[in-house]
Design a protein around this ligand. Structure first.
Ligand code: KMH
Ligand code: ZN
Length: 276
Protein backbone atom coordinates (compact mmCIF):
# COMPACT_ATOMS: atom_id res chain seq x y z
CA UNK A 1 0.00 0.00 0.00
CA UNK A 2 1.22 3.49 -0.78
CA UNK A 3 2.09 5.90 2.02
CA UNK A 4 -0.13 8.91 2.40
CA UNK A 5 1.01 11.84 0.25
CA UNK A 6 3.51 14.25 1.75
CA UNK A 7 3.20 17.73 0.26
CA UNK A 8 6.16 20.08 0.56
CA UNK A 9 5.61 23.77 -0.02
CA UNK A 10 8.58 25.72 -1.40
CA UNK A 11 7.32 29.14 -0.43
CA UNK A 12 9.72 31.67 -1.93
CA UNK A 13 13.07 30.29 -3.11
CA UNK A 14 15.91 32.57 -4.10
CA UNK A 15 15.17 33.51 -7.68
CA UNK A 16 11.56 34.70 -8.00
CA UNK A 17 11.10 38.47 -7.57
CA UNK A 18 8.17 40.84 -7.04
CA UNK A 19 8.54 41.72 -10.75
CA UNK A 20 7.74 38.10 -11.58
CA UNK A 21 4.77 37.92 -9.23
CA UNK A 22 3.39 40.28 -6.59
CA UNK A 23 2.39 37.25 -4.51
CA UNK A 24 5.88 36.05 -3.56
CA UNK A 25 6.35 36.31 0.23
CA UNK A 26 9.46 38.23 1.26
CA UNK A 27 9.47 39.18 4.96
CA UNK A 28 9.61 36.58 7.75
CA UNK A 29 5.99 37.47 8.61
CA UNK A 30 4.79 37.03 5.01
CA UNK A 31 6.72 33.77 4.64
CA UNK A 32 5.30 32.43 7.93
CA UNK A 33 1.75 33.47 6.97
CA UNK A 34 1.90 31.78 3.54
CA UNK A 35 3.46 28.71 5.18
CA UNK A 36 0.60 28.60 7.69
CA UNK A 37 -2.04 28.85 4.95
CA UNK A 38 -0.25 26.07 3.03
CA UNK A 39 -0.14 23.93 6.17
CA UNK A 40 -3.89 24.38 6.63
CA UNK A 41 -4.34 23.41 2.97
CA UNK A 42 -2.38 20.14 3.42
CA UNK A 43 1.38 20.82 3.28
CA UNK A 44 3.40 19.01 5.92
CA UNK A 45 6.91 20.21 5.01
CA UNK A 46 8.05 23.74 4.32
CA UNK A 47 11.13 24.14 2.15
CA UNK A 48 12.53 27.40 3.40
CA UNK A 49 14.63 30.18 1.91
CA UNK A 50 14.61 33.71 3.34
CA UNK A 51 15.14 37.20 1.98
CA UNK A 52 16.76 40.37 3.32
CA UNK A 53 15.00 43.72 3.76
CA UNK A 54 15.51 44.47 0.05
CA UNK A 55 13.95 41.19 -1.02
CA UNK A 56 17.28 39.62 -1.98
CA UNK A 57 18.08 36.01 -1.01
CA UNK A 58 20.16 35.67 2.14
CA UNK A 59 21.31 32.88 4.44
CA UNK A 60 21.50 35.29 7.40
CA UNK A 61 20.97 33.02 10.42
CA UNK A 62 19.07 35.72 12.32
CA UNK A 63 16.46 35.96 9.56
CA UNK A 64 16.26 32.16 9.36
CA UNK A 65 15.84 31.89 13.14
CA UNK A 66 13.13 34.54 13.19
CA UNK A 67 11.23 32.91 10.32
CA UNK A 68 11.54 29.41 11.81
CA UNK A 69 10.24 30.63 15.14
CA UNK A 70 7.25 32.39 13.52
CA UNK A 71 6.44 29.21 11.59
CA UNK A 72 6.76 27.03 14.71
CA UNK A 73 4.36 29.34 16.58
CA UNK A 74 1.71 28.95 13.88
CA UNK A 75 2.31 25.31 12.87
CA UNK A 76 4.09 23.52 15.72
CA UNK A 77 4.32 20.07 14.11
CA UNK A 78 5.13 21.12 10.55
CA UNK A 79 8.47 19.81 9.28
CA UNK A 80 10.84 22.68 8.67
CA UNK A 81 13.40 22.06 5.96
CA UNK A 82 15.88 24.88 5.42
CA UNK A 83 17.72 25.35 2.16
CA UNK A 84 21.48 24.95 2.12
CA UNK A 85 21.33 25.60 -1.62
CA UNK A 86 20.69 29.31 -1.15
CA UNK A 87 21.44 31.18 -4.37
CA UNK A 88 24.01 30.31 -7.05
CA UNK A 89 26.40 33.14 -6.08
CA UNK A 90 26.65 32.26 -2.38
CA UNK A 91 29.76 30.75 -0.77
CA UNK A 92 29.50 27.32 0.89
CA UNK A 93 30.05 28.91 4.31
CA UNK A 94 27.21 31.34 3.70
CA UNK A 95 24.91 28.56 2.53
CA UNK A 96 25.53 26.52 5.69
CA UNK A 97 24.35 29.32 7.98
CA UNK A 98 20.70 28.27 7.64
CA UNK A 99 21.52 25.19 9.75
CA UNK A 100 21.90 27.48 12.77
CA UNK A 101 18.10 27.83 12.88
CA UNK A 102 17.76 24.26 14.26
CA UNK A 103 15.53 22.87 11.50
CA UNK A 104 14.15 19.31 11.28
CA UNK A 105 15.58 18.82 7.82
CA UNK A 106 17.83 20.57 5.32
CA UNK A 107 18.39 20.24 1.62
CA UNK A 108 21.63 18.66 0.44
CA UNK A 109 22.23 19.11 -3.27
CA UNK A 110 24.42 16.24 -4.38
CA UNK A 111 26.00 17.59 -7.53
CA UNK A 112 26.78 20.53 -9.76
CA UNK A 113 24.26 21.56 -12.39
CA UNK A 114 23.90 24.27 -14.99
CA UNK A 115 21.15 26.56 -13.73
CA UNK A 116 19.92 28.60 -16.69
CA UNK A 117 22.88 30.86 -17.50
CA UNK A 118 24.47 30.19 -14.10
CA UNK A 119 26.12 27.21 -12.46
CA UNK A 120 24.88 25.79 -9.17
CA UNK A 121 28.20 24.55 -7.86
CA UNK A 122 28.43 21.57 -5.49
CA UNK A 123 31.76 19.76 -5.54
CA UNK A 124 32.12 16.40 -3.81
CA UNK A 125 34.28 17.80 -0.94
CA UNK A 126 31.62 20.49 -0.37
CA UNK A 127 28.81 17.95 -0.38
CA UNK A 128 30.68 15.75 2.09
CA UNK A 129 31.27 18.72 4.37
CA UNK A 130 27.59 19.70 4.26
CA UNK A 131 26.58 16.08 5.00
CA UNK A 132 28.93 15.72 7.94
CA UNK A 133 27.72 18.96 9.53
CA UNK A 134 24.10 17.83 9.15
CA UNK A 135 25.00 14.47 10.68
CA UNK A 136 26.74 16.16 13.62
CA UNK A 137 23.70 18.39 14.23
CA UNK A 138 21.19 15.53 13.80
CA UNK A 139 19.46 17.28 10.88
CA UNK A 140 17.94 14.96 8.30
CA UNK A 141 19.12 15.71 4.77
CA UNK A 142 16.82 15.69 1.78
CA UNK A 143 18.93 14.87 -1.25
CA UNK A 144 18.19 17.43 -3.98
CA UNK A 145 18.88 15.67 -7.26
CA UNK A 146 18.83 17.81 -10.38
CA UNK A 147 20.10 14.93 -12.51
CA UNK A 148 20.63 11.16 -12.34
CA UNK A 149 24.33 11.36 -11.44
CA UNK A 150 23.39 13.25 -8.28
CA UNK A 151 21.83 10.03 -6.97
CA UNK A 152 25.20 8.25 -7.34
CA UNK A 153 26.86 11.02 -5.32
CA UNK A 154 24.21 10.69 -2.62
CA UNK A 155 24.93 6.97 -2.40
CA UNK A 156 28.65 7.70 -2.02
CA UNK A 157 27.76 9.71 1.10
CA UNK A 158 25.80 6.75 2.44
CA UNK A 159 28.68 4.35 1.72
CA UNK A 160 31.07 6.66 3.55
CA UNK A 161 28.72 6.78 6.57
CA UNK A 162 28.12 10.51 6.20
CA UNK A 163 24.37 9.99 5.89
CA UNK A 164 22.61 7.40 8.03
CA UNK A 165 19.03 6.35 8.66
CA UNK A 166 16.10 6.71 6.32
CA UNK A 167 16.92 8.20 2.90
CA UNK A 168 14.68 10.78 1.25
CA UNK A 169 15.24 12.20 -2.23
CA UNK A 170 13.73 15.19 -4.02
CA UNK A 171 13.98 15.09 -7.80
CA UNK A 172 14.07 18.63 -9.13
CA UNK A 173 13.04 18.28 -12.75
CA UNK A 174 12.80 20.85 -15.52
CA UNK A 175 15.53 23.31 -14.49
CA UNK A 176 17.21 24.52 -17.71
CA UNK A 177 20.50 22.59 -17.52
CA UNK A 178 19.17 19.81 -15.30
CA UNK A 179 17.19 16.68 -16.08
CA UNK A 180 14.08 17.31 -18.19
CA UNK A 181 10.68 16.87 -16.57
CA UNK A 182 9.03 13.89 -18.19
CA UNK A 183 7.71 10.43 -17.30
CA UNK A 184 10.64 8.47 -18.72
CA UNK A 185 13.17 10.47 -16.70
CA UNK A 186 11.10 10.20 -13.53
CA UNK A 187 11.00 6.40 -13.86
CA UNK A 188 14.80 6.40 -14.31
CA UNK A 189 15.25 8.52 -11.17
CA UNK A 190 12.93 6.32 -9.10
CA UNK A 191 14.63 3.14 -10.37
CA UNK A 192 18.02 4.55 -9.34
CA UNK A 193 17.35 4.98 -5.61
CA UNK A 194 17.62 2.16 -3.07
CA UNK A 195 14.49 0.20 -2.10
CA UNK A 196 12.85 1.55 1.05
CA UNK A 197 13.82 5.16 0.30
CA UNK A 198 11.15 7.81 -0.16
CA UNK A 199 11.11 10.44 -2.89
CA UNK A 200 9.30 13.54 -3.99
CA UNK A 201 9.30 15.45 -7.23
CA UNK A 202 9.53 19.19 -7.80
CA UNK A 203 8.48 19.90 -11.37
CA UNK A 204 9.73 23.32 -12.37
CA UNK A 205 7.56 25.89 -14.18
CA UNK A 206 4.82 24.48 -16.38
CA UNK A 207 5.81 20.94 -15.37
CA UNK A 208 4.78 21.39 -11.74
CA UNK A 209 1.38 19.72 -11.86
CA UNK A 210 2.07 17.06 -14.51
CA UNK A 211 5.02 15.82 -12.45
CA UNK A 212 2.89 16.03 -9.29
CA UNK A 213 0.27 13.75 -10.84
CA UNK A 214 2.95 11.22 -11.81
CA UNK A 215 4.30 11.21 -8.25
CA UNK A 216 0.80 10.82 -6.82
CA UNK A 217 0.08 7.71 -8.87
CA UNK A 218 3.58 6.22 -8.53
CA UNK A 219 3.68 6.41 -4.73
CA UNK A 220 6.08 9.34 -4.48
CA UNK A 221 5.54 12.67 -2.79
CA UNK A 222 5.08 16.16 -4.17
CA UNK A 223 6.73 19.55 -3.85
CA UNK A 224 4.97 22.66 -5.12
CA UNK A 225 5.29 26.35 -4.39
CA UNK A 226 6.13 29.74 -5.81
CA UNK A 227 9.86 28.87 -5.70
CA UNK A 228 9.26 26.39 -8.52
CA UNK A 229 6.25 27.74 -10.37
CA UNK A 230 4.23 30.96 -10.14
CA UNK A 231 1.20 29.90 -12.24
CA UNK A 232 -1.93 28.10 -11.09
CA UNK A 233 -2.82 27.46 -14.74
CA UNK A 234 -1.46 28.64 -18.07
CA UNK A 235 -1.11 32.44 -17.96
CA UNK A 236 -2.79 32.82 -14.55
CA UNK A 237 -0.62 33.72 -11.59
CA UNK A 238 -1.19 31.75 -8.39
CA UNK A 239 -2.36 34.19 -5.72
CA UNK A 240 -0.59 32.29 -2.96
CA UNK A 241 1.37 29.17 -2.15
CA UNK A 242 -1.75 27.73 -0.54
CA UNK A 243 -3.54 27.90 -3.87
CA UNK A 244 -0.87 25.63 -5.40
CA UNK A 245 -1.10 23.21 -2.45
CA UNK A 246 -4.91 23.15 -2.74
CA UNK A 247 -4.63 22.13 -6.38
CA UNK A 248 -2.38 19.17 -5.47
CA UNK A 249 -4.82 18.15 -2.74
CA UNK A 250 -7.68 18.21 -5.28
CA UNK A 251 -5.66 16.13 -7.76
CA UNK A 252 -4.70 13.61 -5.06
CA UNK A 253 -8.32 13.33 -3.96
CA UNK A 254 -9.45 12.63 -7.52
CA UNK A 255 -6.74 9.97 -7.82
CA UNK A 256 -7.58 8.34 -4.48
CA UNK A 257 -4.39 9.20 -2.58
CA UNK A 258 -4.93 10.50 0.98
CA UNK A 259 -2.85 13.42 2.26
CA UNK A 260 -0.41 12.94 5.17
CA UNK A 261 -0.68 15.18 8.18
CA UNK A 262 2.56 16.62 9.52
CA UNK A 263 2.60 13.94 12.21
CA UNK A 264 2.14 11.21 9.60
CA UNK A 265 4.83 12.77 7.41
CA UNK A 266 7.25 12.58 10.36
CA UNK A 267 6.48 8.86 10.65
CA UNK A 268 6.85 8.21 6.92
CA UNK A 269 10.26 9.94 6.94
CA UNK A 270 11.24 8.23 10.24
CA UNK A 271 12.13 11.66 11.55
CA UNK A 272 11.36 10.79 15.15
CA UNK A 273 13.81 7.87 15.07
CA UNK A 274 16.74 10.24 14.60
CA UNK A 275 18.80 11.26 17.62
CA UNK A 276 18.29 14.98 18.12
N1 KMH B 1 18.25 28.34 -5.49
C1 KMH B 1 18.93 27.25 -6.09
C2 KMH B 1 20.25 27.70 -6.65
C3 KMH B 1 17.93 24.21 -2.44
O1 KMH B 1 17.13 24.98 -1.93
O2 KMH B 1 18.59 23.42 -1.78
C4 KMH B 1 19.18 26.14 -5.15
C5 KMH B 1 18.00 25.58 -4.48
C6 KMH B 1 18.17 24.23 -3.92
O3 KMH B 1 16.95 26.20 -4.35
ZN1 ZN C 1 15.25 25.84 -2.75
Amino acid sequence: MMDKLIITVAVCGAEVTRNDTPYIPITPEEIAQQTYESYLAGASIVHLHVRDENGNPTQDPRIFKKTVSLIREKCPDMIIQVSTGGAVWMTPEERLQSLEADPDMATLTTGTVNFGNDVFFNSMPMIEKFASIMKEKGIMPEFECFDVGHINNAMTLVKKGLVQGHLHFDFVMGVPGGIAANARNLVTMVDSIPPGSTWSVAGVGRHEFSMAVMAIVMGGHVRVGLEDNIYIEKGVLAKSNAELVEKVVRLAKELGRPIATAKEARQILRLEERNR
